[in-house]
Design a protein around this ligand. Sequence first.
Ligand SMILES: [Zn+2]
Ligand SMILES: [Zn+2]
Length: 257
Amino acid sequence: MRLTFLGTGTSVGVPQLGCGCEVCTSADPRDRRLRASVLVDAEDGSRLLIDCGPDFRTQMLRQEFRPLCGVLLTHEHYDHVGGLDDLRPFCIYGPVHIYADSDCCAHIREHMAYCLGEHRYPGSPRIELHSLPLYSADDFELRLGPFRVQPVTVEHGRLPILGYRIGSLAYLSDVKTIRPEEERKLRGVNTLIVNALRLIPHASHQTVGQAIALARRVGAQRTYLTHLSHQAGLAALLDEELPENVRAAYDGLTVEV
Ligand SMILES: [Zn+2]
Ligand SMILES: [Zn+2]
């Protein structure tokens, strides 16, 4: 599999509008972070998208245009679903299948009612919603083309949201806490992508230190930090302070898994 980081920034992106800090004014392209999202490509060309934030169209202009065999959503916050309408061009291949927990599906039904149901507005994206259980059984698995996807439930503050394990890869965004029985699903993962907002604590996001501790507990061989804010510091400095097998992801980074 090949993983491509479409975006690695927190909800407001980096630079943050109006901010003059050293990160927001940095000339290093790694310090320009669009909203968090990844593409996962299989050997046979099958492709999954995880999250579809407001920067999706800009992000996809830099990628080869190919069908998506599914869109996995972590939760309904704007920085993760704000680009769903821009899936429209992908509907030339047929309806786009979106997988999310039931609250996230309900949010989409409410906010994108014009794309769904009998009275769908002509020309709107054709989407099909599939609800996934939270805190699913250990053997619950979704098969999408060549991908075997296992949902992993984490807590974003008090909101339960989904992360995904796809074979030897796991993607967790917006984690603050994780229950032991869900953390078990991550054991032995080769490549872990996990959120780390900044160095100091936050009510609904892990810090860099908490992300490193989670990576150690599950025994990830290598870890990429994402959903970073300008308060995580310059990419160049952050990388220097991280353990050798933990890196700060950046937009456009591709990793073979
Ligand atoms: Zn977020
Ligand atoms: Zn800033």
